[in-house]
Design a protein around this ligand. Structure first.
Ligand SMILES: [Zn+2]
Ligand SMILES: [Zn+2]
Length: 157
């Protein structure tokens, strides 16, 4: 288990727009967060950028059976040669979490919950100072006070 493993930690509440999917992140404190402006994140979020909330995959998978049987999965190859597994609500279409399988079939170390799927008030976003990444493809004017990176920062979090 991770250093911050705490059985009394209920994690963050996660849900889709229609409420069919309800689950929790493994812990209340994510490893990190990012706002990504890449073209893929723009498509999958159908918005100006996608927000990721990272946890260790070993703490998230396997998913609880009652959640896993409800979720649909869209898979696609990524630029880095992995296969993205994008879990979403089959009723309202909201993306819930993304995992990536490496070419050898093992799961990448981290998975990301979609920031907007985390229920209101569960994360103090203003205190996090989340970095903006892949801003080379941003379609919005980036405020000067945002910490922005054309691609990936040397250290994401
Ligand atoms: Zn839904
Ligand atoms: Zn992205």
């Amino acid at each position: 288990m991770a250093d911050n493993a705490d059985k009394s930690d209920p994690g963050l509440p996660v849900s889709c727009e229609c409420g069919y999917i309800k689950m929790r992140t493994p812990f209340s404190k994510p490893l990190g967060t990012a706002h990504c402006h890449c073209t893929t994140c723009r498509k999958q979020s159908a918005s100006a950028f996608g927000t990721s909330v990272f946890f260790l995959s070993k703490d998230v998978f396997p998913l609880a059976t009652d959640v896993e049987t409800k979720l649909s999965v869209y898979t696609h190859p990524t630029e880095s040669g992995n296969t993205a597994h994008c879990y979403f609500c089959p009723r309202c279409g909201v993306r819930i979490l993304h995992a990536a399988l490496l070419p050898d079939g093992t799961m990448r170390e981290r998975v990301s919950f979609k920031g907007g799927a985390i229920d209101d008030g569960a994360i103090d976003w203003k205190a996090l100072n989340t970095k903006h990444i892949y801003t080379r493809s941003a379609i919005i004017k980036l405020p000067e006070e945002w910490e922005c990176y054309e691609k990936m920062p040397p250290k994401l979090y």
